[in-house]
Design a protein around this ligand. Sequence first.
Ligand code: KIV
Ligand code: ZN
Length: 524
Amino acid sequence: MDNTVKIFDTTLRDGEQALMASLSVHEKLQIALAIERLGVDIMEVGFPVSSPGDFESVQTIAKTLKTSRVCGLSRAVKADIQSCADAMSVAEAFRIHTFISTSDVHVEQKLKRGFDDVLNMAVDAVKFARKFTDDVEFSCEDAGRTPKDNLCRMVESAIKAGATTINIPDTVGYTIPTEFNGIITDLFNRVPNIDQAVISVHCHNDLGLSVANSIAAVQAGARQIECTINGIGERAGNCSLEEVAMIMQTRADYLGLRTNINHKEIARTSKLVSQICNMPVQANKAIVGSNAFSHSSGIHQDGMLKSANTYEIMTPESVGISKTKLNLTSRSGRHVIKHRMGELGYKESDFDLEELYQDFLQLADKKGQVFDDDLEALLYNKQQQGESDTYRIEYLSVHSGGGEFSTASIKLACNDEVKIQSATGNGPVDALYQAIKQAVDIDFEVSDYKISNKGEGEDGLGQADLVVNYQGRKFHGYGIETDVIEASGKALISALNAIARAQKVAQLKQQAEQQADQQKIHGV
Ligand code: KIV
Ligand code: ZN
C-alpha cells in the first residue's frame, strides 16, 4: 500500500463555517494561496450553492490554484452538484465532494427517510457528479455512529456508482481511536470493491480526539486526512493539519507514512489564518502555540543547553519558526528588510518592498527597534487594506482621564469628502467609535471588541479586533499600532471598509442582472 497520506484541507469550508464573521473573497484568496504553498493535495474551498458569495469565492480560488486540487462541497442533490460544477469549471481539474447522513439518528430524525432511500440518493448524486469530473468524493455524514452493515453497504454502492474517494467522517467527534481504527479496518475487510477508492477520514474534536482518531485511521489503511489549519471548524473544531503533518514527519520511524506538506510553511500559514479569521491560537497548542518550543523549568533549560534533543522532539526551524531574532532600526536598509522577510518565509511577491520599507521607517521612528512580529504586523496591516478603500483616518485625538467622559475628535476621508467630527463616550474607545459613527452616518453595532499584544512583552504592538454587525451580516476588522486607541480606530475603519466593499460588489451584481434582464427583453 502507498505510504503517502493525502492532505485535504477544509479551512475555507468547515473552518470558515465556524467563524464569527464570514471572510471576504480577497481574504479567502490570501488564505488559499498560503495553504497551497503549504503543499496540500486537495483544498475544499466552499459550499457554492450556500450563497452567491461562496459561489464567487470558490470560482475565484478555482481560477487561481495551480498545484492543489480545488474541491467544492454539495449535499446529495442535483442543484448543489450543478452549482459546484459551475463554480469550478474554470479550473483545469476539480473535485466534487457530495455527502449525505448515514447514521440512524440522522437518517430518521434529520432526513426523515428510510436508509434505502438515502442510499439511492447517494448513488444518484455520485453518478450525477461523475458527469462533470472523474474526481468525486462521497462522505457518509456521521459515519462514526452509523451501524457497520449500513456503512459497508453505503460505501460499496458509492464506489460502484463512481466515487473515487470515500470519506468516513466522525462528524460529532464521538469515537475513540481504537474504535475508529476498527471501523476503517472493518471497511477494508468487508467492502469487496474498497481497493477502487481512496479511504479518507474527517474527524471533529468534540472529545479532543480528532488528531488521534485520524492517525488511528491511517494506521488502518486510510490514505487521506481532512483537516484545517489550527484545527478551526464546527464547535470544538476539526483535526489540526499541522499536528497530523508533524506526527507523520516526526514519527515516520513508527508509522512509516509521509505527506506532501512543506513543513517550513506551517508557522507562517498558521499565523496568517489566525490573524485573518480572528481565531487566536492557544499558547500551549501543539506545533504552533507560542509556548510550543519554549522551555520553562530549570531542569529542562539545563537539558536543552546540553543537547536540544533532551526535551525537543522536533526543531522550531522545521516548522518555519526562526530562532534568531534580529532587531532592526531606522538605520537598517531595504536589503536587510528584504533579507529578513525571506528568512521569515515570505517571497518577494508577498509584499511591495518600497511600501513595506516606508512603513518600517515610520515604525522604527516610533519604537526604536523593530522585531519580526512588527514586520509581519506591517504586512497584515497592508493586506487588509483594499485597492480603493472608502474610509481613511487622517487625524484622531482622544482625551480621557480625570473627568466623567472621554472625548474624541476625528478627521476622516470618506471617498473624496473629508469629515470632521467630535463626540463623547464613557471611555476613550467609546468616544472614538461614537465620533466615527457620526462621521460615516451608517447604522452598525460593534461586538466582540478585544485588544491583544502582538509581539513579545512591552515591545509588542497593540492589536485591536472587533466584529461589526451591519444589516444582519458580520464583518471582522483589525488594526495593529503602537497606540491601542489608534489600533482600535483602524480596526473599526477596516470593518467599515469591508462593508463598503461588500456594498459595491452587491451593486455591481445588481447592475449586471438588470442589464442581462434588459438584453433578454430586447432579445439581444
Ligand atoms: O463533519 C462532517 O461530517 C462534514 C461533512 C460534510 C464531510 O463536514
Ligand atoms: Zn465536518
